[in-house]
Design a protein around this ligand. Structure first.
Ligand SMILES: [Zn+2]
Length: 166
């Protein structure tokens, strides 16, 4: 295969290969994740816009799609936009800030997720599961008709559980 001979030397390959140098690695769009994001996922139902997730988060994101089934497309889009805004604002507001040195990013995320479920660091998987069930039931959009924030809370609870369960 002589055609692939210069493949390993893109800078010598002439203008046909200049694109390689301008493409930067895209990071996973999942809040707090810094893995390369190479799995596209539609931002909204039937939308050409894409999030880019790492494999793990693409899976988590796809599982959460079920949650939107009960919403109209308009509602689902609004919730997702707010969710992304909230995730970024969270970071900016310092809610996820490292308050004590020597704490890893994973531990911080775990603590924040536990807080969402109303638990502390001593919670085991059984307690996490039980708390998730309670919270999901209580904050489910179906049980909170007319409460625009319920969907947001529910999504946070889903995300927290996704992070905590092993
Ligand atoms: Zn990720």
């Amino acid at each position: 295969m002589t055609r692939s001979k210069s493949w390993g030397f893109p800078r010598w390959g002439g203008y046909g290969n200049t694109r390689r140098e301008t493409v930067s690695v895209r990071m996973c769009d999942w809040h707090g994740c810094d893995e390369p994001g190479d799995c596209p996922a539609p931002k909204f139902r039937d939308s050409p816009e894409r999030f880019w997730f790492c494999q793990e988060h693409a899976g988590a994101y796809n599982r959460n799609w079920n949650y939107f089934k009960g919403l109209t497309q308009e509602e689902a889009e609004r919730v997702q936009r707010e969710e992304m805004k909230r995730a970024r604002g969270y970071q900016d507001s310092g809610a996820w800030r490292d308050t004590s040195s020597g704490v890893t990013k994973e531990e911080r995320e775990r603590d924040a997720a536990l807080e969402v479920l109303g638990l502390d660091g001593t919670a085991d998987q059984a307690e996490i599961k039980a708390a998730f069930r309670d919270m999901a039931k209580k904050h489910h959009p179906d049980a909170n008709q007319g409460d625009a924030k319920a969907a947001e809370r529910f999504k946070s609870i889903m995300a927290a559980y996704e992070l905590l369960r092993e």
